[in-house]
Design a protein around this ligand. Structure first.
Ligand code: NAD
Length: 538
């Protein structure tokens, strides 16, 4: 006779089955198994296992916890028939009924995949336990960040949940709903060919919209693979579409009367153009532009940690990240130590092909990008900045025609210089020196860009003043690339964003939906009369 044992600490625990009960197949009336009845010790063992496991699970990031729910949901789906048969063979209910029960249970798991939403107060603890950009190779990291938006999209029921107020007036109720806008479009840059589109389409589609993606013409292939995966996942044809092209395709998107909303990410001049042309046609537009991200390094900062962070954030992805730290602002005596430590680390970086596992930094995207970066380095030298490390001469053996520029470092940069004013978008870190934190914050606030910024300090008061006063959308404290998790929204201020709403998270949901407020009266009143006064609550 089969014995059904306990499951404690991740495994079946054999019991002596001294105390057990019979399990029958109600359809045949035959006993099919015996089930072990737990003793006090068995229960205690289970509780102790749970107590021991709890602290680590509590400290596991909320995203990883949700991810387990997501995989669990997938497995429930795949094994639904078998589960239904197990239920039917012991309970006796018919298999479709059992399947219905499983379905309702899965709906709760679906809600649990959105646990980041449910736990979100004004502060989310343990959004990550890793330091971004260090743990995984760059391209894999990009895919990971895109997947996090998909995970948020699996929790869309929470985000679309409206409000209901009973008796706003006598027998009058009021509720709000959010409905999809229709067809939304995304126009995206080359530097994150999978992640930036995924800031948009999972949320748009989960909100109920159809989506047209115009990816960068410089690295378009991955978008087609994404389209195949959507199809494999069961997305109906036509909900996700990819159109490749340049300005002609973009203009067609902006002018098309069938497109209700346009999300754009790219350089500032194009972002401004997209916003103006799209909104002139009555579309809602969110257009994220370029950046010049500053990091303040206070004299009290841990200089090794700050230098590690700056080198990672300045040279990761060859500086072609909208959240790259391209500008370090050294306060007081921080400058000399910082330059030495950054120099030491940057000099060790290996520039080479992206597919070579020994490369730390790959090439720039095109020959034109390389020439632009090299030209700006020359401009910086001519303007009088001190070139501490020059990456222009880097040679990659066997790849003489690659678009390489090595890590480059400038000291003594001033705000009137072109290398300060322009977004270089290459592996060039510039260092400016200032007397105090007020001067540093003033510099950041005078800069037309306002995407991301960071402070490195051991002083909580300085960090608090900084996050309170800077006119920038995304702030890092001892974190160099403060890209918000997908259940928060991503976006800058000033010339880094045209439009009102940031991407993904709650603002992404707001962007891809329209609100509706419904007021109802039941029952219909018998004693109604014409009343021209403005309706008020009674
Ligand atoms: P880009 O502005 O050249 O191109 C972006 C998109 O616009 C592409 O799809 C391109 O085909 C289209 N486009 C280009 N020129 C156009 C024109 N004249 N008319 C209409 N459409 C046009 O940007 P890029 O070089 O691909 O990407 C790098 C830029 O993107 C950097 O400035 C970077 O800071 C910015 N970026 C910003 C963010 C952010 O979140 N703010 C994120 C990633 C990249």
């Amino acid at each position: 006779m089969r014995t059904i044992n306990h499951w404690i600490n991740g495994q079946i625990v054999p019991t002596s089955a001294e105390r057990s009960g019979a399990v029958y197949d109600p359809a045949t009336g035959q006993q099919t198994a015996q089930v072990a009845y737990a003793t006090g010790e068995d229960v205690d063992a289970a509780v102790r296992a749970a107590q021991a496991a709890f602290p680590a699970w509590r400290d596991t990031s909320v995203v990883k916890r949700a991810r387990v729910m997501f995989r669990f949901l997938d497995l429930l789906q795949r094994n639904r028939d078998e589960l239904a048969r197990i239920i039917a063979s012991e309970h006796g209910k018919v298999v479709p009924d059992a399947a219905g029960e499983i379905q309702r249970g899965m709906e709760v798991v679906e809600v649990a995949t959105g646990i980041p939403h449910l736990l979100k107060g004004d502060f989310s603890e343990n959004v990550s336990t890793e330091v971004h950009g260090k743990v995984v190779p760059d391209a894999a990291g990009e895919i990971q960040r895109g997947m996090e938006v998909v995970e948020v999209a699996t929790g869309i029921p929470h985000l679309l949940k409206g409000d209901f107020s009973e008796n706003v007036s006598t027998e009058v109720d009021c509720y709000s709903i959010r409905q999809p806008v229709g067809v939304a479009a995304g126009i995206t840059p080359f530097n994150f060919p999978i992640m930036v589109p995924m800031w948009m389409h999972p949320i748009a589609i989960a909100c109920g919209n159809a989506f047209v993606l115009k990816p960068s013409e410089r690295d378009p292939s991955v978008s087609l693979r994404v389209a195949e995966l959507y199809k494999e996942a069961g997305l109906p044809d036509g909900i996700f579409n990819v159109v490749h092209g340049d300005k002609v395709a973009v203009d067609a998107v902006l002018d098309h009367p069938g497109i209700a909303a346009v999300s754009f990410v790219g350089s500032t001049p194009i972002a401004r153009y997209i916003y103006e042309r799209g909104t002139s046609h009555g579309k809602r537009v969110q257009a994220l532009g370029g950046a010049k991200n500053h990091a303040i390094v206070m004299p009290d900062a841990d200089m090794d940690s700050a230098a590690d962070a700056l080198v990672s954030a300045a040279y990761g992805s060859t500086g072609q990240r909208c959240m790259a730290i391209s500008t370090a602002v050294a306060v007081g005596k921080a400058g000399d130590a910082l330059i030495d430590k950054v120099m030491e680390r940057a000099d060790r970086l290996r520039t080479g092909p992206g597919l070579d596992p020994s490369s730390d930094m790959g090439p720039l995207v095109t020959g034109a990008a390389r020439d632009k970066v090299a030209g700006l380095v020359e401009t910086g030298v001519n303007e009088g900045a001190k070139l501490v490390l020059d990456g222009r001469g880097v040679r990659v053996e066997g790849h003489d025609d690659g678009f390489y520029v090595g890590p480059t470092l400038f000291d003594e940069v001033r705000t009137h210089m072109e290398i300060y004013k322009q977004e270089i978008f290459g592996p060039v870190l510039i260092v400016l020196r200032v007397a105090d934190i007020d001067e540093a914050i003033g510099m950041i606030n005078d800069n037309p860009y306002g995407n991301g910024t960071a402070i490195f300090t051991a002083n909580g008061a300085a960090a608090r003043k900084f996050q309170n006063e800077v006119t920038v959308g995304m702030i890092g404290v001892n974190i160099p690339i403060p890209v918000p998790m997908a259940f928060y929204s991503f976006g800058g201020w000033k010339d880094s964003l045209f439009g009102d709403l940031h991407v993904h998270g709650p603002e992404g949901v707001a962007f891809y939906t329209r609100g509706k407020v419904v007021t109802t009266r039941w029952p219909v009143p018998r004693d109604s009369a014409v009343e021209l006064g403005f309706p008020t609550s009674r």
